[in-house]
Design a binder for this molecule. Structure first.
Ligand code: V47
Ligand code: SF4
Length: 387
C-alpha cells in the first residue's frame, strides 16, 4: 500500500488518539509506551493490520524469509517447572523424558550430511548434570564435522544455569561457547519479563535483567540473537508493552537482535491448561502491534510449528516477514503443548508454495539473513499445492 492509501485509512479513523498514533508511524516517529497500550486496547485488526503491513512493506517489500534448519533437543529433563511448559520432566522423573548423549546428537548432525541445511537450532530443558564443558565440547565436535553449519543454541535460561554452575561470569562463559563454535542465541526463555507475571509462571529461572544481560553480552561479542515473548496466558496489555519496551531499549543500545518471535501459548498438558488460548484475531493484532512498536527490529517471525501453517500465511499480512524453516520434525516443544502441527516438517517446495499462495516473495536466507536464493523470479507462476 502506498502512503496515500495508508493516510486515507488513518484519517478515516474516528478515535483521535489512534489517528495521532497512526500519523506518528507514517512520519517515522516512535510510538510511546502509552501508544502501545492504546493500540492494544482500541486498535481494530484492520487498523493495526494496515499500519503493520505498510511498515513491513516499507522495510522488506513482499520478501518473506525462510531457512533450512533442524533442531536438536538434547533433553527435556529440567530443574525448573514453568507452569506453561508441557515438555519438561523433573530429574526425579527422568525415566519419562529423554537425555541424548553427545554421540547421539552427533548422529543427528551427521544424518543431515547430504542435505543443504544451513542452521542447527539447539534448545532443551535445563538438565542438572549437563554442564558448560559438555556443551562446549559438543560445539567443537559439530564445527569439526561441518564447519559451515551455523549453530544457534541455548536460551538465556540454559546459559544462566550453565554459567552459574561452572562459576564463570557471563562474559567468560559466552567466550568459551563462542570460541567452541556457538554462533548465535535463539530467543527463548524470555516469556514475560514483568516480575508480576514472571513470578507466577516461571519464578525460579533467570529474571528479565539476567535474560537481557546475557543477550547484551552476546551482542557485545559480535553475536546476533533473537527475542521471544510467550503471550496469551495470564499477562495483560501492560505486561506485553513492558516486554516489548525492554527489548526495544536494549536494541537501541546494541542493535544485536535480528528477529522478534511472538510465541502463542498452547494449553495442552500443562499447569495452565485451564487458560483458553488466544483467538486468531488477537494473534494477528499482536503481530501487528509488535511490528509497529519494535521499530528497531529488522525481522518479525511467525513460528509455523507453533502457530500452524494457515495462520502463519495470514500473519504475512500483519507485519510478519519470516516464517522460520523446514524444521524436519525435529522439535517436540509445541507438539507436546497441543499445536495442530503434530509432525512439523515442510520441504523447501512447500515453504515456497506457502509463501507464494499469499502473493509474497519467498527468499531462502541463512541465520544472519544473507540471501541464499530468491524464489521471486519474474514470470515464475504461482502454483497451487495442497499443503
Ligand atoms: O522459552 C514453552 C516456549 C520457548 C510453551 O530464536 C511455549 O529462532 C507456547 O524460544 N506454548 C522455546 N510456547 C522455543 C523458542 C524458539 C522457537 C522458535 C524459534 C526460536 C528462535 C526460538 O518455547 C520457551 C517458551 O517460551 N514454550 N512451552 C507452550 N505451552
Ligand atoms: Fe524447563 Fe524451559 Fe520448560 Fe521452563 S520452559 S520447564 S525452563 S524446559
Amino acid at each position: 500500500m502506498d502512503n496515500a492509501g495508508i493516510l486515507e485509512i488513518i484519517h478515516a479513523q474516528k478515535d483521535k488518539a489512534l489517528q495521532t498514533a497512526g500519523e506518528k508511524i507514517i512520519e517515522g516517529k516512535r510510538l510511546s509506551f502509552e501508544d502501545g497500550i492504546l493500540l492494544f486496547e482500541k486498535g481494530s485488526l484492520s487498523f493495526v493490520g494496515a499500519l503493520a503491513n505498510w511498515a513491513r512493506e516499507k522495510k522488506h517489500g513482499d520478501i518473506t524469509y525462510f531457512n533450512r534448519n533442524f533442531h536438536i533437543e538434547p533433553t527435556n529433563v529440567c530443574v525448573f517447572s514453568c507452569s506453561f511448559c508441557s515438555y519438561s520432566r523433573l530429574y526425579a522423573h527422568r525415566e519419562e523424558g529423554w537425555e541424548l548423549s553427545a554421540d547421539q546428537m552427533m548422529d543427528i548432525v551427521k544424518s543431515y550430511d547430504d542435505k543443504p541445511v544451513t542452521e542447527v537450532h539447539i534448545v532443551g530443558g535445563v538438565h542438572p548434570k549437563l554442564n558448560l564443558e559438555f556443551f562446549a565440547s559438543l560445539m567443537k565436535r559439530i564445527k569439526t564435522h561441518r564447519p559451515e553449519l551455523h549453530i544457534k543454541g541455548y536460551t538465556a535460561v540454559e546459559l544462566d544455569y550453565m554459567f552459574r554452575k561452572a562459576k564463570v561470569s557471563t562474559q567468560e562463559g559466552m567466550k568459551i561457547l563462542h570460541e567452541a563454535g556457538l554462533d548465535s542465541l535463539p530467543g527463548g526463555g524470555a516469556e514475560i519479563f514483568h516480575p508480576e507475571i514472571r513470578k507466577k509462571i516461571c519464578a525460579d529461572k533467570v529474571d528479565a535483567d539476567g535474560w537481557l544481560q546475557i543477550h547484551e553480552t552476546a551482542h557485545q561479542m559480535g553475536m546476533h540473537t533473537n527475542a521471544t515473548m510467550l503471550y496469551g496466558h495470564i499477562e495483560n496489555y501492560f505486561h506485553r508493552i513492558d516486554h516489548l519496551d525492554r527489548l526495544r531499549k536494549l536494541q537501541d543500545k546494541t542493535s544485536g537482535f535480528n528477529t522478534f518471535i511472538p510465541l502463542k501459548f498452547r494449553n495442552k498438558n500443562n499447569d495452565l491448561s485451564h487458560v483458553p488460548e488466544s483467538s486468531t484475531v488477537e494473534d494477528m493484532r499482536l503481530y501487528a502491534i509488535s511490528r509497529l512498536y519494535l521499530d528497531n527490529f529488522p525481522h518479525l517471525k511467525a513460528y509455523w510449528p507453533m502457530l500452524g501453517r494457515e495462520k502463519a500465511q495470514l500473519s504475512l499480512s500483519f507485519g510478519v516477514n519470516d516464517i522460520d524453516g523446514t524444521i524436519d520434525d525435529s522439535t517436540k516443544i509445541y507438539t507436546m503443548a497441543g499445536s495442530e502441527e503434530q509432525s512439523p516438517t515442510m520441504s523447501t517446495e512447500q515453504l515456497v508454495m506457502l509463501i507464494k499462495q499469499v502473493k509474497r516473495v519467498p527468499v531462502e536466507r541463512d541465520t544472519l539473513y544473507h540471501v541464499i536464493k530468491n524464489y521471486g523470479v519474474k514470470n515464475d507462476p504461482v502454483e497451487e499445492c495442497a499443503l
